[in-house]
Design a binder for this molecule. Structure first.
Ligand code: HEM
Length: 453
């Protein structure tokens, strides 16, 4: 019997059930993901989804709290003893407090964590970190503390949940006082719940698509737009294009061979020295342009993490090669690399590489190498001095390579040893410990190219 008990409004009912389901899922997913090994291919994405759903719970709780303050809830049955009413009220307000503090503690973990992973709500927009942790000396220890706090808070929600469900069932099946029915969902509230889950489901799906967990269009064409120009007509190209325009979405499987490389043609005019009047008179032929066969070429990196070696590839790069072994003075090499295309077979590591502490791909477009001088060091061995620029760091490096030319086909292979911190890579406090990720990184390339006449 209902004993004059009014119902909660449909908005309150919809928010109550949607948040209840989200919180239970959140606790289960949180416990599951935290136990996964770092090598797990789903760990990174589960963390991103956990953060996004957790922030959604925070947003929905704020709306619910606003609604609660503006709308008086139905009164508790008048025959309920005072102490029971007090416990009921305390439980409800403790719920509100935990539903606000638990996600905030989660945000505190990621704000203070030395991993520096940006929080993007379902990959759609950035949620800023708390600004007040900048001065924290031992960020790893602080993050650990917040993880524990976050976990205790989540278990406190679970504890209240058990109390709450027990009380609700007693109202519904022992007292039969209508309290349980006052929160029972009817059609309008069910539509509200469906809308909330529909919106969050769409956002989660769009995240999974972007991150490559859900395949987009698998038939991605190979589209290598490289300069198909002779040196003469290339001179008409305006020198303005950036070295790399990565069009592929954020994809954890970027080692796969089907990769879009839509590099804007680099201005050949900029690569070739202006012919001097004397050169024109003695008609020294300019070095030929070599068109890279990208599917048959690789740009690899080899590093060490936790004492174990790992390897990866940049699947998107362009190389503009103007080269004549007999005219090294006029030869030049220019390479553009899209660091967001790095794939090492470990999605957690690959996504971390895109972050601020590493390549910061949201701020910096790409890495570039531009040759200064090329010299012969053996029968088919060469060295090229040039400048490598990654983010705001430029350093002169020397690449050693071998070159075999067979008719109009060329094969070059070589590499260079770099120190990652010279280029501001892995600058968060914990990444600087070289035993975690070694400072030395080897970059190796193998290029197959065809002479363009
Ligand atoms: C009501 C909302 C939330 C609930 C109920 C919840 C619950 C949980 C639970 C149960 C765990 C597992 C704890 C462990 O065993 O270590 C966890 C982990 C975690 N949560 Fe939440 N969470 C919520 C919101 C958030 C939010 C909003 C964020 C960040 C924006 C977040 C970030 C994290 C992180 C980073 C971990 C992993 C900690 C680790 O590395 O062990 N959580 N969460």
């Amino acid at each position: 019997m209902l004993l004059g008990q009014k119902r909660y409004s449909s908005v309150a009912v919809a928010l109550h059930w949607a948040i209840a389901v989200l919180i239970l899922t959140q606790i289960a997913s949180g416990l599951y993901m935290a136990d996964l090994p770092n090598s797990s291919s789903v760990k990174f994405d589960l963390y991103q989804l956990h953060k996004s759903f957790g922030l959604s719970i925070l947003g929905l709780t704020l709306i619910r709290l606003g609604w609660r303050l503006a709308h008086k809830p139905p009164a508790l049955p008048s025959f309920m003893p005072g102490w029971q009413k007090l416990i009921a009220r305390l439980t409800h307000w403790a719920f509100y407090a935990l539903m606000l503090i638990t996600p905030l503690a989660g945000l505190a973990i990621v704000s203070v964590s030395p991993l520096n992973v940006t929080t993007l709500w379902f990959g759609l927009f950035e949620v800023p970190d708390f600004p007040f942790f900048n001065g924290v000396a031992d960020r790893a220890a602080a993050a650990e503390t917040f993880v524990e706090v976050h976990e205790y808070l989540a278990f406190s929600i679970l504890f209240l949940f058990v109390l709450h469900v027990g009380a609700a069932l007693k109202h519904g099946f022992v007292n039969r006082d209508g309290v349980l029915r006052s929160m029972a969902p009817r059609v309008v509230a069910l539509i509200g719940v469906a809308l909330i889950f529909g919106a969050l489901g769409l956002a989660a799906f769009s995240y999974l698509q972007k991150s490559g967990v859900v395949e987009r269009d698998s038939a991605v064409p190979i589209d290598v737009a490289l300069p198909d120009t002779t040196p003469a007509d290339a001179a008409a190209v305006k020198p303005a294009a950036p070295p790399v325009t990565a069009s592929a979405p954020l994809n954890n499987d970027s080692v796969a061979p089907e990769v879009v490389v839509t590099a804007e043609p680099l201005p050949q005019a900029a690569l070739e020295p202006e012919p001097s009047p004397t050169q024109t008179m003695v008609s020294v032929a300019p070095p030929p342009v070599w068109t890279v066969d990208y599917p048959a070429s690789t740009l690899r990196f080899i590093g060490e993490e936790g004492g174990a070696q790992f390897e990866g590839q940049f699947s998107e790069f362009t190389a503009q090669i103007v080269f004549d072994p007999g005219n090294l003075g006029a030869s030049s090499i220019r390479v553009g690399v899209n660091p967001a295309s790095a794939g090492s077979g470990n999605p957690f590591r690959d996504d971390t590489m895109k972050d601020r502490a590493w390549f910061d791909v949201k701020k910096y477009e790409g890495a570039q190498f531009t040759s200064n001088t090329i010299r012969k060091t053996g029968a088919n061995a060469y060295e090229v001095d040039g400048t490598l620029t990654i983010k705001d760091f430029s350093h002169d490096i020397t690449l050693a390579f071998t070159l075999d030319i067979d008719g109009d086909r060329a094969h070059a292979a070589g590499g260079v040893d770099l120190v990652r911190t010279d280029y501001g890579l892995g600058m968060g406090a914990s990444w600087l410990e070289s035993e975690k990720v070694a400072l030395a990184v080897r970059v190796e390339f193998e290029i197959n190219a065809v002479r363009a006449d």
